[in-house]
Design a protein around this ligand. Structure first.
Ligand SMILES: Nc1ncnc2c1ncn2[C@@H]1O[C@H](COP(=O)(O)OP(=O)(O)OP(=O)(O)O)[C@@H](O)[C@H]1O
Length: 523
C-alpha cells in the first residue's frame, strides 16, 4: 500500500508548501535546460542541428538562424531562441515541420520545447518580420492556425489555481513538462465538429479556456476511435497556447499504472506524487484500465483529491460512462460524476466525409470527392479505420502511379472490408501471421533483435495492430515484449509513410491484412 500524506485540514498551509515545491521544480528544469549541454544525447542533437536546418525552407530557417539546440531529454528537444516572438513562431507555425524533421532524423517521435535566452539576441533578431519578407515566398510557411494567432496571455497558474502574471523569467521552459508529449496533430483545429461530438468539443474548449473553473473533472466517454484522445491532447495544446508555463500532463492509464508499480518497486512514491500532483492540468486517458487495480486506484484517488482541492483541472476519458465501470471503487466513480460527463458518438456520414476531407488536405492526399464519400459510406463506426482506409487507397494509387478514382477505391476497400462484416482481430493473430509471413518465430518478432528485416516486420505488425485492433499504444507495446508506446507510435508513422513510397511495404501490408482477416473469420 502506498503511503499518502493526510489530506490537509488547513488548505492554506498545504498550498504554501506546494508553491515552494513548484518553484523548486521549475528552477531545476530551467537550470538543466540552460546548463546541461553535455551527454551523448545532447551531442547527438548538436551534430544533427545543421542537417535539420538544411531540411527547412529558407524562410523557415530564418527563424532558427540564432537559435541553439540546448538538450535532448528522452523524446523532447529543447531549443533556445533569442526572443518571445521567435518562440511563438517556433511553437506555432514551425512546430510540426521541426518535430517531423527531428523525428525522422532520430527515428523516434520527438517534440520540441522552446526556451528564450536573451543572450542569443542580435540586432536582426529584434525584427524577425523583416528577415522573413527578405527571403523565400511566404507560402512555404505553413498557414497559421487559430492557435498560432491566439493571444499569448503570458500568464501562468499559481498554486491557488488562479491566473497570475508569469514571473518565471525569460529562460524558463514554457511548454510544460518535457516528458509529457502531446501529439501535434491532435488539436482543436484538426478536430471536425458534428452532431456526434459537438457537446464534448464545446466542453473541452470551455475547460481549456478556464482550467479548474468550468467543469472539474471533465469526463469524455465513448467507443474506440471516436476522438477521445484527440480531444484530450487538444485541451493540452490549447491550454499551453493560452497560459504560458502551465504544467500539463497527459498520461494513459496504463502508463500511470506502470508508474505506480515502479514507484512501489523502487520505494519512491514522492517522485510519483510530484509527477502527477504538481501539475495544472492532468489529462488521463482510458481510465477503464484502472479497473480491478486496487493500488493504482488508491494512488489515483489521492492524486484526484489533491488536484481537485487545488482547483487544478482533471480531464478523463473512458470507453464507458462511470456507472458502467463496475470494477472501479465507488469513491472514484462518484468523483468522476462531480463535474461534467459527455459522450462521443459515431459520426454521421457528413461528419465522416468532413473528417476525410480535412485529413486529405492536412496530409496532402489527393482523392476526389466521390471517393471520399465512398470511403465514408463504407466505414461507419471507427474514425481510426476511416483514416486508415484513406491512407490505403491513396498509397495504392501512389505506388501504382495511378490516379485515385472509384474503381481503384473499390478494389482497395474490397480487400479491406471483407464480405460478411468485420471479423474480430487480435494482436496475437497479427503477430503470428506476420512472423510466419516473414519466416520468423514469434519469439524473434517480439524479441530484442534489431536486425533490419526483423525491425521492419515488427513495425508492420505494430502498424497492423494499430489499424485492425482497438488496442491502445501501451497495450500494443506490451504485446511486443514490453516495448514503450513511443516505439509503437514510431512504427505506425514509419509504415504509414512507407506505404505510399514502397511497393514491397504496400504489398506486404495488404497481403497480411487479407490473411489476418481470413484467419479471424475461421470458426
Ligand atoms: N472529430 C474528429 N475530427 C478529426 N479527426 C478525428 C475526430 N475524431 C477522431 N479523429 C481521429 O481519429 C483517430 C482516432 O481518434 P482517437 O485516438 O482520439 O480515438 P479514441 O476515442 O481515443 O480511441 P481509443 O479509445 O481507441 O483510444 C485519430 O487519428 C483522431 O485524430
Amino acid at each position: 500500500m502506498l503511503a499518502h500524506p493526510a489530506q490537509p485540514v488547513d488548505k492554506g498551509v498545504d498550498r504554501t508548501t506546494r508553491t515552494r515545491e513548484h518553484e523548486a521544480h521549475v528552477d531545476s528544469a530551467a537550470g538543466t535546460g540552460s546548463t546541461n549541454t553535455g551527454g551523448s544525447a545532447n551531442r547527438e542533437l548538436d551534430a544533427l542541428w545543421p542537417t535539420i536546418l538544411d531540411s527547412l525552407a529558407p524562410n523557415q530557417r530564418v527563424w532558427l538562424a540564432t537559435s541553439k539546440p540546448v538538450m535532448l531529454a528522452e523524446s523532447t528537444a529543447v531549443i533556445a531562441v533569442p526572443n518571445e516572438f521567435t518562440r511563438t513562431q517556433l511553437e506555432g507555425r514551425l512546430r510540426t515541420r521541426l518535430e517531423d524533421a527531428l523525428s525522422d532524423s532520430l527515428n523516434r517521435p520527438i517534440r520540441i520545447a522552446v526556451s528564450v535566452d536573451d543572450s542569443l539576441a542580435t540586432d536582426e533578431t529584434n525584427d524577425p518580420q523583416l528577415a522573413i519578407t527578405a527571403d523565400a515566398p511566404v507560402e512555404d510557411v505553413e498557414p497559421a492556425t487559430a492557435f498560432d494567432q491566439a493571444p499569448n496571455i503570458n500568464t501562468s497558474f499559481n498554486q491557488q489555481g488562479a491566473l497570475s502574471t508569469n514571473i518565471q523569467g525569460s529562460t524558463s521552459l514554457t511548454t510544460g513538462i518535457p516528458d509529457s508529449p502531446l501529439n501535434p496533430r491532435y488539436t482543436f483545429e484538426t478536430f471536425v465538429i458534428g452532431s456526434s461530438n459537438r457537446f464534448a468539443h464545446a466542453a473541452a474548449v470551455a475547460v481549456a479556456e478556464a482550467p479548474g473553473k468550468a467543469y472539474n473533472p471533465l469526463l469524455v466517454y465513448g467507443d474506440s476511435g471516436l476522438g477521445k484522445t484527440h480531444l484530450l491532447h487538444a485541451i493540452g495544446h490549447y491550454v499551453r497556447s493560452l497560459y504560458t508555463g502551465a504544467k500539463i500532463r497527459y498520461v494513459s492509464s496504463e502508463a500511470f499504472t506502470n508508474d505506480v508499480i515502479n514507484a512501489i518497486k523502487d520505494a519512491n512514491t514522492a517522485a510519483l506524487q510530484r509527477r502527477y500532483r504538481d501539475v495544472d492540468v492532468l489529462l488521463i486517458d482510458d481510465i477503464q484500465f484502472l479497473e480491478g487495480k486496487q493500488q493504482t486506484q488508491e494512488e489515483f484517488f489521492h492524486t484526484f483529491n489533491t488536484l481537485h482541492n487545488a482547483n487544478k483541472q482533471i480531464v478523463i476519458s473512458s470507453d464507458r460512462p462511470p456507472k458502467r465501470l463496475t470494477q472501479l471503487e465507488d469513491r472514484l466513480r462518484n468523483r468522476f460524476e462531480w463535474g461534467l460527463l459527455t459522450d462521443v458518438q459515431p459520426p454521421d456520414l457528413e461528419t465522416r466525409i468532413a473528417i476525410l476531407r480535412k485529413k486529405a488536405a492536412a496530409d496532402r492526399l489527393h482523392a476526389p470527392a466521390d471517393v471520399l464519400e465512398f470511403i465514408a459510406s463504407r466505414i461507419q463506426t471507427n474514425i481510426r479505420e476511416l483514416e486508415g482506409a484513406l491512407i490505403r487507397v491513396t498509397a495504392f494509387a501512389s505506388i501504382n502511379h495511378q490516379e485515385v478514382d472509384m474503381t481503384l477505391a473499390e478494389i482497395v476497400l474490397k480487400d479491406l472490408i471483407p464480405e460478411g462484416g468485420e471479423p474480430q482481430v487480435t494482436a496475437g493473430l497479427i503477430i503470428a501471421q506476420t512472423a510466419s509471413y516473414h519466416s520468423f518465430s514469434i519469439e524473434d518478432l517480439c524479441g530484442p533483435s534489431r536486425t533490419r528485416a526483423l525491425v521492419t516486420a515488427r513495425q508492420i505488425a505494430m502498424y497492423l495492430c494499430r489499424e485492425l485492433t482497438d488496442l491502445s499504444l501501451p497495450k500494443i507495446g506490451q504485446q511486443f515484449g514490453g516495448r514503450d508506446h513511443t516505439t509503437v507510435m514510431n512504427a505506425e508513422r514509419r509504415i504509414r509513410k512507407d506505404l505510399a513510397e514502397r511497393q514491397t511495404t504496400y504489398k506486404t501490408v495488404n497481403e497480411l491484412t487479407m490473411r489476418i482477416k481470413q484467419q479471424a473469420k475461421q470458426p
